[in-house]
Design a protein around this ligand. Sequence first.
Ligand code: ADP
Ligand code: MG
Length: 248
Amino acid sequence: MDKDSTVLLEIQDIHKEYDKKEVLKGVSLDLHKGEVLVVLGPSGCGKSTLLRCLNGLEKIQSGDIKFKNESLTQKNMDWKDIRLKIGMVFQNYELFPHMSVIENILLGPLKVQKREKAEALAQAEELLTRVGLLDRKDSYPRQLSGGQKQRIAIVRALCMNPEIILFDEVTASLDPEVVREVLDVILGLAKQGMTMVIVTHEMGFAHSVADRIVFMDEGTICETSKPDEFFKNPKTERAQHFLNILQY
Ligand code: ADP
Ligand code: MG
């Protein structure tokens, strides 16, 4: 591995069921500092569930998740604290409609992290500049395009200074012409060394951004490969089939 060898997240044989239906059937995975992991797989295979388990939005039935060697499955786990370190961006932005862009972004830094307003504001404005949206800081979500809302949602996650960011199909509900502007922001983060787990259906993007591709099907990881290897020569029949259907 040419990235930092520090392991930030260790996922060990996790099992997750909903109403007795097992949707994660023993998933194990390591995430290294600075690594970009892209999770691919057919709809319903458990990708979102996996990400949601990583920041405590879902409870696992067995197995363990460790963040910097600390188990996240212990009793009395403070998930609020972990979510500051493991941020997540969703398909549907989840911005508060009654709050302006800057209020949405500063909510976590001021209310949860209790930071100084001037300092947090300076960071928020710098991040907004980076994604080309500083002039929209007083707009409300309804006044923004989907691509703009999603870039704001990414800024909101970044403004908490997380150590890892999880992206769950963040371009899936965007119009095709604005998908690129969001993907470019994520590519920029990858270049800066942000540690990320990305679920996406954008194969070209997956190929270019990933350090490793994790292919899932029916609640298990079928293969983990370098992107060139995965896209040119997938090891499993299921991955071949998946790529054939997408004609990538
Ligand atoms: P993916 O993100 O890969 O499309 P999901 O993780 O969303 O897959 O879903 C995996 C499986 O778990 C699917 O069969 C889905 O129907 C089921 N599932 C997801 N969330 C819930 C839930 N809250 N309650 C019951 N079943 C769920
Ligand atoms: Mg999903």
